[in-house]
Design a binder for this molecule. Sequence first.
Ligand code: ADP
Ligand code: ZN
Ligand code: ZN
Length: 736
Amino acid sequence: MPDTTLANTILEVAVPSPLRQHFDYLAPGQSPVGGWQPGLRVRVPFGRREIVGVVLGSKGHSELPSRQLKRAIDCPDPQPVLPADLLQLILRAADYYHHPLGDALSTALPTLLRKGEDAAIKGESWWRLTASGNQTDPDELKRAPKQAQLLKLLAAHPDGLARDAINEQLNNPSATLRALRDKQLVEEHQHLPLLTGSAGTAPSLHAEQQAAVDVICRGLGQFQCSLLDGVTGSGKTEVYLRAIQQCLARNQQVLMLVPEIGLTPQLIQRFQQRCPATIAVLHSGLSERDRLNAWLAARDGSAQIVIGTRSAVFVPLANPGLFIVDEEHDTSLKQQDGFRYHGRDLLVLRAQQSKVPIVLGSATPSLESLNNARQGRYQHLRLTERAGNAAPPKMALLDVRALPMDEGLSSRLQQQMRQHLDKHGQVLLFLNRRGFAPTLICHECGWVAECSRCDVHFTLHQQQHHLRCHHCDAQRPIPHQCPGCGSSDLRPIGTGTERIEQALKRLFPDVSQVRIDRDSTRNKGELDKRLALAESGEARLLLGTQMLAKGHHFPNVTLVAILDVDQGLFSADFRASERMAQLIVQVAGRAGRAERAGEVVIQTHHPDHPLLLQLAGHGYAAFARDLLAEREATQLPPFSYMALLRAEATHAGEPEQFLEQAHALADRIGLDVQLWGPVAAPMPRRAGRFRAQLGLIANERQALQRLLRELVPAIAALKAARKVRWSIDVDPVDTY
Ligand code: ADP
Ligand code: ZN
Ligand code: ZN
C-alpha cells in the first residue's frame, strides 16, 4: 500500500521570480533522509520551465484544490543546502527590504546551486608549468608551434590556468597538453580557490590598538558591535589581524566584508603573511565553480577566513566567531539594483543572530554608525594617531580664484608639485572625473553634445576617439562639425583625467607618471600593473579617480592634491557633503604614510565654505559632528528612516501616474509616515526611460516598516504597476 501521508505532503517552495509569494507543490515520491526540512532545494515545474526552488516548510494540506497542485520533480540535496541560520537571515532580509523572497534567495545562492548542481566541492582541472617548463624557452619548440604557444600562455599565468580557459585560447589542446606533460614541462593540478597563510612577524601594538583589540576580544562568544574609528594609517588592519588570531585560536571562523575597490592584492597578501589559516577570497572575478567551492568550504568550516565583497554576507559558516566590515562607510556595500540590501547592516543583524562580535572599521565612519556609537549601541574605539613614525598629513585649502590655471592645475600647485618631486617624493593628483572633458561645445552657436537617451552631456574620450555617455554607455564618433550650425570650432570644456595626463606630460616631461581610472585599467591585469608602478615608486606622478583613493599604501607619496572639490559642494543629494568629505579624507590618507611627512592641497573656488573649513581645519570627526547636528535639525537620516519608491517607463508621465496612485494608497493606509513627491528623479531620463520617485520618511523605523508591509503588496497589485519598472529601496544610499 502506498504511504498516503508521504505522497500527500505539501511543500511550500520559494522560486526565483518577482512574484511576492511562495508556491505549494506536492512532494516528490522520494523524500530526503532527514525529511522535508527548510533549506532543501527542489526542482519544480514552473510555467513551462523547470526551475530550482528552496523549501520553506511542509504541511499536510494546501488551500489550493488538489487538481491545481503540481508535483515537485526531485530534490538534489540529501541535507538542506542552506543552513537554518542563513535561511533565517535571508528571510529577515527579504522582509526588511520588502523584496520578493525567491529573488532574495537566488541572490544569496551561488549560481551553480541555482542551476541544480550538486552541493559538493569539486576541484577544477588546472594546468601550470613545471620547474623545467619554467626554464624552457618556448622558441626551442619551434617545430611544434602549438606547444610553444601553450608554453607561452602558461608562462603568463604563474598560478596556472583552468582547462576551460585554455580551451578558449587554443583550439583542441588535449594532445598538446599530453605532449608537454610527457616532456614534464607542464603538470595538471586540482585547483581550489583557497589560500594558505602563515604566521609572520607582527609589530608590537601601540596603546590605542591594544585597547581596541582588548575590547573586541573580550566580546568573543557574544554579540557586540564596535566601531573602529581610526584615522588613515592608524593600524586598523593590524587590529583586525590580532582579533582574527584570537578567533582562530578558538577554532572559529572569521568573515570580513570589504568594498569592491578594497579587495586589493596588498590586503590579501597581508592576510596571507599573518594568518596561519585557510583563506577564501570571494571577488567578482571568480569562476562559478570557484565561487561554489569557496562557499562550500566556508560552510563545512575548512575555510577559516572568508574575505569578500557585500554578497559574502550570505556565505554560510560552520562555526562563526568574528565578523568585520572594513571601510564600513563605503557605498558599494549596498546593492543598488535588484535586491537592495546593505552588506554592513545585514552583517550586524547576522552577528546578533549568531551571537558573535562584529567590528565596523573606517577612517571616515558613516553618520549612521557614528550616531549608533553616540547612542551607546556600538562601542566607540578610537585610533587617533598614525602607527609607526608616520605623522598626520597637513591639509590646506588652495584658493584658486584669479590664479593662472593650466588645464585645472593652478600655478601655485605646479610649484608645490615641483618642490616635492625635487625632494624625491611622489605626488598624487585626484580628480573624480574620467575621460578628456565632460562637455563638447560649439563655440559658434553653443550646441552641446548630449546623450540622446539620458539627460546628460557626452564625455569626450580622446584616446578612444569617441563621445561616451557615463550613464548608459552609449558611444558616438567625435563630430568634426557642429550638427547645429556646421561650424568646425568644437571645443572641449572642463577637465577629466585624460586631459590632466596630457597637461602633465607637457608640464613635467621628465617625470614618469601613471594614470589609474576605469578607462586606463579596462584590460585584465592592467590595474595590478599600474598599482605596482605606483607602489614601487617607479611612477612619480600618480593621477586618478577614486580607484586610486582607497586602501592603497603608497609610502613615498608626500603630496596629495585634490584638483576639483567644488563639484561636490553643491548637490541636491543630502548625503553629498558626507561623501565628499569621506573621499577627501580617504585620498588625503594616501599622503605621508611612512617616515616622510605628507601634505594635502585642496584646490577650490570656495575657500570660505563652512564645511570645507571645518574639514581642513579640524578634521573628519569635527566635520561629522557638525553634519550630524544639521541632520538632526532637519530630521534627516540617521534621525529618521527613509525608503524610496522609484519608477521608470518609456513614456513620459507614466512613472508619475503610477507614483500618484502609490501615494494615494499610502494616504489611505495612514500611519505616521511623510510622503515626498512624486518628483522627477535627479536624472529625469536615463537610457531612454523617464524616471520619477516617491520618498517615504518616518521618525520611527517600525512606522516605516508597518506602512511598507501593507503598501508594497498593494502597489504590486496595481494595474499601473505593469506599465512601469518600479522598485522599493529601504535605507537608500543615494537618491538617483
Ligand atoms: P589602516 O588600516 O588604519 O589604514 P594599517 O593597519 O594598514 O592602517 O597600518 C598602516 C601601516 O602601519 C602599515 O604599514 C602597518 O604595517 C603599520 N603598522 C600598523 N600597526 C603598527 C604598529 N603597532 N607598529 C608599527 N607599525 C604598525
Ligand atoms: Zn554650432
Ligand atoms: Zn546615456
